[in-house]
Design a protein around this ligand. Structure first.
Ligand code: NAD
Ligand code: UGA
Length: 513
């Protein structure tokens, strides 16, 4: 029977057979030949995404490969390279069964039926489009390697976030070097958020698959849809053309970031007028057309993607001759920068217009809670602003270590957008910054506290004890609205909470950038 089937059919049959629990002996013959997936890039996306595919598809062999030996060693150890709630359990269940991590990139790519590419796509730092365009160096080298080592037909899946029309460029690289092998390119952008990656992957709002509208393209889409159909309801798997899938990812991140900049812009107006941004956001979000999510005012959004993807969108608009649209989206980033500068200015102006020589405790450095990721964290800009005014910083984050913080603070803007583990440690560590292992050490003898990440533990610290051990007047600048400001004021703190009615102390102090 196998002779009458073309490769594509056998391949799809293997997947579908497992989904529908086919029981006959013949079917077992196919199922015994496992489908192989390889993912290039063992980062925040590649690692968790492949671990969940392995968990939900025991009939599929999943290999995650990376050029970084340190990262792969960590994936094979008891201390995974990224902190993500629930990830350890999933990896432990599958590793050594149908999930493996390896630096033997070429071997696993050559053996696989589906190759996901989940390498980093940072902002270009040099040359044409520097500071805006996506740097596709890592992507291009992965594509060239796939073309080089492939000996059988493959589906190549864009998992990384890429500019619209990247699939066309990748297709050209693959087909010009193909040696007669057929490659089908799919766009399957990832929507997980860090800190909730595992639950996002297990229960996604949608899975998006874009492909060519040709018979081969449609077959490839169906094949990938069958993988996700092991656990995602089919009505949540959206199939589109390639360009819609690529652009939808950039659009989704731009819309999400825009909501945060909108509420942060309102937070400045709230402080000027006596309105409370939480009350405003609650009232606005009650409108079912607007909805309540992503309306928390903050010191600014961070993370590896929002700024990078919007800059990329801006660049694409400019290249397509629509500068008005580019300017519209650029404003989302400008408001985010304004919010961080405003926060620093608020601190300095409240503390008698100087923080020179003063100890400031920084609570939280990660870009959000439940992650150790510091890429584009607002803490970098806030700390650099305070260091610029000669403050002495004592930083505590439950998931970020000293090396990481020193590296982030000594890097030039944009350098940190490139994979940190591939860069040498800066030879000079930042003076006047100490990194400590608990909030009480950080705050002892401090003049002020800045809360920059919304870790739950910061809500329930013993603020009376902290107050007793601080210089007076003692300030709290809450960049995440996590503390009970009234309770702290009763203890004696002067409290600034983003977008909330101002303390009398702060009212006359200018805080505009
Ligand atoms: P990351 O930097 O954590 O991981 C990328 C990995 O790719 C690195 O470990 C790097 O060593 C590896 N790599 C680079 N070139 C390689 C090559 N030629 N061969 C083998 N390995 C190579 O990045 P990430 O956060 O996982 O993001 C990956 C992509 O996913 C980006 O495009 C990003 O925009 C997108 N994305 C990220 C998130 C997120 O939450 N981090 C969410 C959705 C989408
Ligand atoms: C974001 C998107 O939420 C994901 O859908 C997307 O896949 C991902 O980017 C990506 O492409 O990388 P992530 O950056 O991991 O995920 O985390 P978010 O929860 O979106 O938070 C981003 C930043 O916005 C954080 O600094 C967070 O503190 C801040 N934020 C978020 C606010 O300031 N207010 C809010 O109401 C929500």
């Amino acid at each position: 029977m196998q002779n009458h089937l073309n490769d594509e059919f056998v391949f799809r049959y293997k997947l579908i057979g497992s989904v529908e629990h086919i029981k006959s002996g013949k079917d077992q013959l196919f199922l015994s030949k496992m489908v192989k997936i390889c993912c290039i890039g063992a980062g925040y996306v590649g690692g968790p995404t492949m671990a969940v595919i392995a968990l939900k598809c025991p009939n599929i062999q999943v290999a995650v490969v990376d050029i970084s030996t340190a990262r792969i060693n960590a994936w094979n150890s008891d201390t995974l390279p990224i902190y993500e709630p629930g990830l350890d359990e999933v990896v432990k269940k599958c590793r050594g069964k149908n999930l493996s991590f390896s630096t033997d990139v070429e071997k696993h790519v050559a053996e696989s039926d589906i190759v996901f590419v989940s390498v980093n796509t940072p902002t270009k730092t040099q040359g044409l489009g520097a500071g805006k365009a996506a740097d596709l160096t890592y992507w291009e080298s992965a594509a060239r390697m796939i073309a080089d080592v492939a000996k059988s037909n493959k589906i190549v899946v864009e998992k990384s976030t890429v500019p619209v029309k990247t699939a066309e460029a990748i297709e050209k690289i693959l087909t010009h070097n193909s040696k007669g092998i057929n490659f089908s390119i799919l766009s399957n952008p990832e929507f997980l958020a860090e800190g909730t990656a595992i639950s996002d992957l297990l229960n996604p709002d949608r899975v998006l698959i874009g492909g060519r509208e040709t018979p081969e393209g449609k077959k490839a889409i169906e094949t990938l849809r069958d993988v996700y159909a092991h656990w995602v309801p089919v009505d949540r798997i959206l199939c589109t053309n390639l360009w819609s899938a690529e652009l939808s990812k950039l659009a989704a991140n731009a819309f999400l970031a825009q909501r945060i900049s909108s509420v942060n812009a309102m937070s400045a107006l709230c402080e000027a007028t006596g309105a409370d941004v939480s009350q405003v956001a609650h009232a606005v979000g009650k409108d079912t057309r607007i909805g309540p999510k992503f309306l928390n005012a903050s010191v600014g959004f961070g993370g590896s993607c929002f700024q990078k993807d919007i800059l990329n969108l801006v660049y694409i608009c400019e290249c397509n001759g629509i500068p008005e649209v580019a300017t519209y989206w650029k404003q989302v980033i400008k408001v985010n920068d304004y919010q961080k500068t405003r926060f620093v200015n608020r601190i300095v102006s409240s503390m008698f217009n100087t923080v020179s020589g003063k100890k400031i405790a920084v609570l939280g450095f990660a870009f959000k809670k439940d992650t150790g990721d510091t890429r584009e964290t607002p803490a970098i800009d806030v700390c650099k602003g305070l260091i610029g005014d000669k403050a002495k910083l004592s930083i505590y984050d439950p998931q970020v270590n000293q090396d990481q913080i020193q590296r982030d603070l000594s890097m030039k803007k944009f350098d940190w957008d490139h994979p940190v583990h591939l860069q040498p440690m800066s030879p000079t560590s930042v003076k006047d910054v100490s990194v400590v292992w608990d909030a009480y050490t950080a705050t002892k003898d401090a003049h002020g506290i800045c809360i920059l990440t919304e870790w739950d533990e910061f809500k329930n610290l013993d603020y009376q004890k902290i107050f007793n051990d601080m210089q007076k007047p003692a300030f709290v600048f809450d960049g995440r609205n996590v503390v009970d400001a009234e309770k702290l004021r009763k203890i004696g703190f002067i409290v600034y909470s983003i977008g909330k009615p101002l303390d009398d102390w702060l009212k006359d102090m200018p805080a505009v950038a």
